[in-house]
Every structure is written in structure tokens, then in C-alpha cells.
Write a protein of this length. Structure first.
Length: 239
């Protein structure tokens, strides 16, 4: 069996899992920071990609080339849109990842890459503009596991942005535009690279905050990280 690759943008979003499975840092000066541990028959790799789409794409490309994993699990925190039905501490599963910034601003408003007519990716006769699917089988398995464990979880569309939404108005705008349940800064890049390489991709995130007028006193990053990492561990134990 091939190992699972688990990625997050910061060490804070992976450290609980690294400690729990006693993962060893790989002795390499190569980007990104990578750890190796034993969970199940195939083992697991964990990597800190850095924040944002470029870091995620570069890191994951390098990791897929070097390690040939059987599954990519992208994880970390996310901000939930008010209309998405999520609360701080809940888990969110991505069915589709959407690039929320790529496109063109016209006199009548923002338009996606489809308006330009140039896809971000063409593969096996399909043209992908702003939206990239996640693995249905892995997502369904994760959903059923969360239900069996009685965890608060919601499955839906994620939006990847370069500028985090720090106002209620912007959150409402993106929710109305894309129908997403939460936003992050790396997921669509991870999904696109996984699709290029033909690797199944699962994305599960813990909700650290609601997208509202920015108020850090309402955030709970440790809770979001602890819950999602505990769930990721349970998931890979079932592989």
C-alpha cells in the first residue's frame, strides 16, 4: 500500500498529530518540512506547506513527485460563512474546491476564468476553470466515520481565497456567489495539483471562526486544530 500524505499550511495545524503518532522529521533540507510516522500498514507522511496557494502547490508537487502517496489529505483551519450552517469547532468536508479570486473584474462585476475562456487545467477531455472536485469515495468514507463518531460535521463547497474575508459583507458576498460553506487559502491549489497527478484528495478542516467583521476574541484555533487532527488520525487508522 502507498502511504497517505497529510498537509497543512502551518506546524500548529499538524503538531497534535505529529506528537500523537511520534512522527520523525525527515533529515532533508528540501522544501517543505516533512515528517514520517506509522499508522496502519502503509504509514503516513505529514508536511507543512506554508500559507497560500503558491506554497501549497509547490510543496504538494514536490511531495507527490518524491513519495507517490496513495491519498492526499489537506487539512487545517477554515473560516465558516454565516449561511453555511457551521459553528466554531465543527468539522467541514470539501466536495469541491473553488478558486474565489481567479477571474476578471468587469463593469458589471466579477467573472470567473470561464468568462475569459481559458481553463486552469485540461485533463482527460475535461476543462477545469475555477472549480476542482475532491475524491467522492474518500469524502463519503470520512462523512460516514464522522457520523458514526457523533461529530458535528458538514459537507459542501469550499472557497479558496488569497485575501481572507475580514468583514461580514465580504463573507456574505462570497457565500452568495459560490454557495460555499467555508473559506481557506490553500485547498483549491491542493485539489488542482492532486487532479494533475491523478491522486485522490480529501480535504477536512476545523472551523476556527465565522467570517464576520474581524474579531479574534471570537476565534478558537486550538479547538479547531485539536478536533480536526483527532478526526484525521481516526480516518487514517481505518485505511
Amino acid at each position: 500500500m502507498k502511504p497517505a500524505l497529510i498537509t497543512a499550511s502551518t506546524i500548529q495545524e499538524l503538531s497534535p498529530l505529529i506528537r500523537t503518532i511520534k512522527a520523525r522529521k525527515l533529515p532533508s533540507v528540501e522544501f517543505p518540512e516533512t515528517y514520517e510516522g506509522e499508522v496502519g500498514p502503509a504509514g503516513v507522511l505529514l508536511a507543512v506547506t506554508g500559507m497560500g496557494k503558491v506554497n501549497a502547490a509547490a510543496s504538494i508537487t514536490s511531495l507527490l513527485e518524491r513519495h507517490k502517496p496513495g491519498l492526499l489529505i489537506n487539512t487545517g483551519c477554515a473560516g465558516a460563512y454565516a449561511g453555511g450552517g457551521l459553528a466554531v469547532g465543527d468539522l467541514a468536508l470539501a466536495t469541491t474546491e473553488i478558486f474565489g479570486d481567479e477571474g476578471v473584474l468587469t463593469p458589471t462585476g466579477w467573472e470567473s476564468l470561464e468568462f475569459i475562456g481559458i481553463p486552469a487545467l485540461e485533463r482527460k477531455g475535461n476543462r477545469y476553470f475555477n472549480e476542482f472536485p475532491l475524491s467522492f469515495s474518500a469524502t463519503e468514507k470520512a462523512m460516514q466515520l464522522a457520523i458514526a463518531l457523533g461529530l458535528p460535521i458538514r459537507r459542501g463547497r469550499f472557497v479558496t481565497v488569497s485575501t481572507c474575508s475580514g468583514t461580514k459583507a465580504r463573507g456574505e458576498e462570497l457565500f452568495s456567489q459560490f454557495g460555499g460553506i467555508c473559506e481557506n487559502m490553500e485547498g483549491a491549489a491542493a485539489a488542482q495539483v492532486a487532479l494533475i497527478y491523478g491522486v485522490d484528495c480529501l480535504e477536512v478542516r476545523g472551523i476556527s471562526n465565522l467570517v464576520e467583521d474581524r474579531d479574534l476574541s471570537n476565534w478558537d484555533i486550538p479547538l479547531a486544530v485539536e478536533r480536526v487532527q483527532r478526526f484525521v488520525l481516526r480516518f487514517i487508522e481505518t485505511m
